[in-house]
Design a binder for this molecule. Structure first.
Ligand code: ZN
Length: 671
């Protein structure tokens, strides 16, 4: 539940691109590809050369493991994704004619499929609409697909790609629909929402008195077989075994070169992949969260549940990283003051944690992204997700500096601030303090926000159902926003002046109220939980601060601008909303949660929406960004011993995906 994506001015700039397609290579060496609503950025890995040989080798093996789970995510996202991807790749690589509108549209579609790890948009979850014709595509099938490379039957494949009503959404969470049968993800098959809820409620009830409750359902597909509902567990020897065996192979290599504490962690992960036992996963997570001293660290597994409308099934992902020593000084100060933040949170004292444990926050440099973190990635991570582990053992929180840096570089000169920020003083403040404000927001959100607070006795934590992710993100954001404007931050040396906070406040409100809407198709509601959370906060504060004109909508030359007039009052509103959001979480108050989110976070004002899209389109800015990975190569001597690991930075999106498809694709077409 705990990933933070790019946001606010710098974040939005980050998620956007330069304005001039023709000169992008000359002016924008950071952007390697642009298509549809996407730009692909390269990132650098500063400091890799300074790692010890043992650490470099460790990174190398973990990076290999990170690449091996890619097919799992494709399959999780939609049952026929691998069939589609493999067919498209076969046509793409064999095709002799590489010109013409149809081919270009086909290439764009394939790039989008790679980016989204499937045929549904990675953010909106809607199925892509191909811009090439079915007739043209059938010609390609006839020319390049034969009995050897045919994945599924041609007619069905065409239906999947061209029939707009079939598998229309990967994740449908609309009120009143059966979120299981109406979502095209591959986490469930042959079961409906009521059956799924009954199945897992039964399991949870049997486990009700366990102080270490199991995250039931996290690593399996739920299916009906011969009238019986059963879990197909993702493990070695179970579903996805072909990919998991490869992951385990590389993890074993990693364990062999790991320092003792890390060796124990890697071996615990291997044990879990082999058993599929979620108790083993918890054991691994506890070891992982306790290992705070390591320089090189990683995430590898079934981690985040955003893709499951019921928030149980987790998608496979991996991030390999190492510590950014200089930037870590920032988060160390935060961690050292964690108890102060908790004790002074503007919430009901009963819902504060008496003792904040194990706040480990660091700034990291990413060395490899895999699965659900590639190509689109978060800029911060806070894990593990199991509430009881967070409570008993704490959590690890990271912000990813080389990724935000790359976003920042890729956004330079895109004209965004000039278009959407009305006041010169706000633009100046953002220029000066925007990046620091963004970084600190992310740190506070991840390091303290998610970890703060506690549930009331008797509250289990699953009461908020489909609204829980949005509420949780709002809670972490509000915690960050509230404290960013606290004098305490100046006192402990995190910010030179409260202007850093005010810069973040302006950006956040503008983005939540207005500019983030450019990422949503006209006529659609806000679905994604981070976006919902930001809209909730911005609109709630606008409403509640109306009498005092705290936030103002200024109309000028037919354009709407969102301006914050009173930062101190806005901060008080953040505190007020945090109190209520924490109460809802602590008490599991579903009705209040639903009311709050449905009122402020979902429905979009159609005129404002159209305006934002038009202004954004005029800037020629892509709303989404993702990355190409670096490559690593073992250097050996004549005796075959590893003497170094070389890093290089390929700058070709298409080649990287074709290479991954060739060398890291282990699953059968249907699983
Ligand atoms: Zn979060």
């Amino acid at each position: 539940m705990n990933k933070i994506l790019g946001f606010s001015i710098m974040g939005m700039m980050a998620l956007t691109a330069c304005t001039n397609v023709e000169t992008e290579t000359a002016e924008q060496p950071w952007i390697v590809d642009r298509f549809d609503d996407i730009k692909v950025i390269r990132y650098e890995v500063p400091g890799f050369e300074d790692l010890t040989l043992q650490e470099k080798e460790y990174v190398y093996y973990l990076a290999e493991a990170a690449k091996c789970g890619r097919d799992i995510l494709f399959d999780q996202n939609f049952k026929y994704n691998l069939a589609v991807r493999r067919t498209l790749e076969s046509i793409y690589t064999a095709s002799e004619v590489r010109e013409g509108d149809e081919f270009k549209a086909f290439e764009k579609y394939l790039k989008k499929v790679w980016f989204a790890n499937g045929i549904h948009h990675h953010y909106s979850n809607d199925k892509f609409k191909p811009e090439f014709t079915e007739a043209w595509f059938r010609d390609q099938l006839a020319a390049y697909i034969n009995d050897e490379n045919r994945q599924i039957e041609d007619d069905f494949l065409c239906q999947i790609i061209f029939d707009e009503t079939l598998y229309a959404s990967r994740l449908n969470q609309k009120e009143g629909v059966d979120v299981i049968t109406e979502s095209a993800n591959n986490y469930y098959e042959g079961v409906n929402q009521a059956e799924v809820e009954a199945f897992y409620n039964g399991m949870a009830a049997a486990d009700a008195n366990n102080p270490e409750p199991i995250s039931y359902g996290l690593n399996s597909k739920l299916v009906k077989e011969n009238g019986k509902i059963v879990e197909k567990v993702w493990k070695v020897g179970g579903m996805y075994t072909e990919a998991l065996e490869q992951i385990v192979y590389w993890l074993e290599k990693a364990a062999a070169v790991a320092a003792p504490a890390q060796k124990e962690v890697v071996e615990a992960l291997i044990k879990y992949y082999k058993s599929g036992d979620l108790k083993d996963f918890d054991d691994y997570s506890v070891l992982w969260v306790k290992d705070t001293d390591c320089n090189v660290d990683f995430v590898n597994g079934f981690i985040e549940n955003y893709g499951d409308p019921l928030g149980r099934k987790s998608s496979w992902e991996s991030v390999v990283n190492f510590r950014d020593v200089e930037a870590c000084k920032r988060t160390e100060i935060m961690a050292a003051n964690a108890q102060w933040f908790e004790d002074n949170a503007p919430i009901n004292p009963a819902y504060r944690k008496e003792e904040v444990k194990g706040v480990s926050a660091k700034v990291i440099t990413v060395a490899m992204l895999g699965g659900d973190c590639y190509p689109a990635t978060a800029i911060g991570i806070n894990l593990p997700n199991a509430d009881w582990i967070r409570k008993e053992h704490g959590s690890k929180s990271v912000t990813i500096d080389n990724i935000t840096y790359a976003y920042d570089k890729a956004a330079q000169g895109n004209g965004f601030a000039e278009e959407f920020v009305l006041r010169e003083e706000d633009r100046e403040r953002a220029k000066k303090y925007g990046k620091l404000g963004d970084d600190l927001h992310t740190d506070l959100h991840e390091c303290l926000g998610h970890g703060s607070g506690q549930l009331a006795p008797g509250t289990k934590g699953d009461e908020l159902r489909t609204y829980s992710s949005t509420l949780e993100e709002a809670r972490a954001d509000l915690f960050a926003l509230y404290y960013l404007g606290d004098e305490k931050l100046v006192e402990i040396g995190l910010i030179p002046t409260l202007d850093v906070a005010w810069s973040q406040y302006s950006d956040y409100i503008m983005n939540g109220y207005m500019t983030q809407l450019s990422r949503i198709e006209l006529g659609k509601d806000v679905e994604e939980s981070h976006m919902r959370n930001r809209k909730l906060i911005a609109e709630w504060c606008y409403e509640k601060g109306k009498a005092d004109n705290v936030i103002e909508l200024v109309k000028q030359d037919g354009k709407t601008y969102v301006v914050v007039n009173d930062f101190v009052k806005l901060r008080a509103l953040f505190g007020e909303l945090l109190r209520e959001v924490q109460r809802i979480k602590s008490e599991g108050d579903y009705d209040a949660c639903k009311e709050l989110i449905e009122t402020y976070a979902v429905k979009i004002n159609p005129e404002l929406h159209a305006e934002v899209i038009a202004r954004n389109t005029a800037l020629n800015i892509e709303p989404y960004g993702g990355f190409v990975n670096p490559e690593y190569e073992l250097v050996t001597n004549e005796a075959g011993e590893v003497v170094d690991v070389k890093i290089s930075y390929p700058a070709n999106y298409v080649e990287q995906h074709l290479e991954y498809g060739k060398n890291y694709s282990f699953l059968p077409t249907l699983n």
